[in-house]
Design a protein around this ligand. Structure first.
Ligand code: MN
Length: 237
């Protein structure tokens, strides 16, 4: 038996996943990662879907898929078609369920730039066979994220350029105001399915231009007003 507060574990507990905060020495601890599918009309079209304004749908990644800014991404196993998807990441700072749209932004701690890395070949197969997306979306190192900028500094950004470059060439460009579902609408919809908790992250969907990455590529992802994200794709190990 251990004294209270001195629990011992049968195996080593996982390390706390945490993201640096712009302008602070303190870290943002990551709890869960939710992601929105098809939230820009042009991207929905390039994926062969009809961009109707149907309710947003969600999938998840494990929190330890996070790649903290300054680290690189090993080319994942089990794919020959790794795709980039630059996205606005919403960092939740307050607990809440059934959140009204006009209250939703009060639950935001801040914003970051993320890359929703996708094993597109596995996703295409999952879509074809009506199976879950977990292996296509939730693999190790599948969620590079920039530093989080507190909304107290950057405000609640709902417009501005979102871009991704590979080896200096522009691949994705969009504007946050083209999101089919706004940040407030996403938070409200997600909070009807889950009680949102401090530490939750929401990847809010990608603009058109997704495409493959190769080992050796250098990725630069930016959103106006936020700390940009840069990472390399390392050779498979
Ligand atoms: Mn995505």
């Amino acid at each position: 038996m251990s004294a209270p507060g001195e629990e011992s574990f049968i195996i080593a507990p996982p390390e706390r996943v945490a993201i640096p905060v712009t302008g602070s020495e303190q870290l943002f601890p990551v709890r869960r990662i939710f992601c929105v599918g098809r939230n820009y009309a042009e991207h929905a079209r390039e994926m062969g879907a009809d961009p109707q304004r149907e309710p947003p749908f969600f999938f998840t990644k494990p929190s330890d898929a996070i790649v903290v800014a300054g680290n690189d991404v090993p080319y994942p196993r089990a794919t020959a078609n790794l795709h980039h998807e630059v996205e606005l990441v919403i960092a939740i700072g307050k607990r809440g369920g059934d959140i009204a749209k006009d209250q939703a932004l009060n639950y935001v701690f801040g914003y970051a730039v993320g890359n929703d890395l996708t094993r597109r070949d596995l996703q295409s197969e999952a879509k074809r066979s009506g199976r879950p997306w977990d292996t296509a979306k939730g693999f190790d190192h599948s969620a590079p994220v920039s530093q989080i900028t507190p909304s107290a500094q950057c405000g609640h950004i709902n417009e501005g350029q979102i871009t991704l470059h590979v080896n200096g060439d522009e691949r994705q460009r969009g504007d946050l105001q083209d999101m089919i579902w706004s940040t407030a609408e996403i938070i409200s919809a997600l909070s009807k399915l889950f009680i949102l908790q401090p530490g939750d992250l929401i990847f809010s969907g990608t603009p058109a231009g997704v495409g493959p990455l190769q080992p050796g590529d250098e990725v630069d992802a930016s959103i106006e007003g936020l700390t940009p994200l840069a990472h390399k794709v390392l050779p498979a190990n």
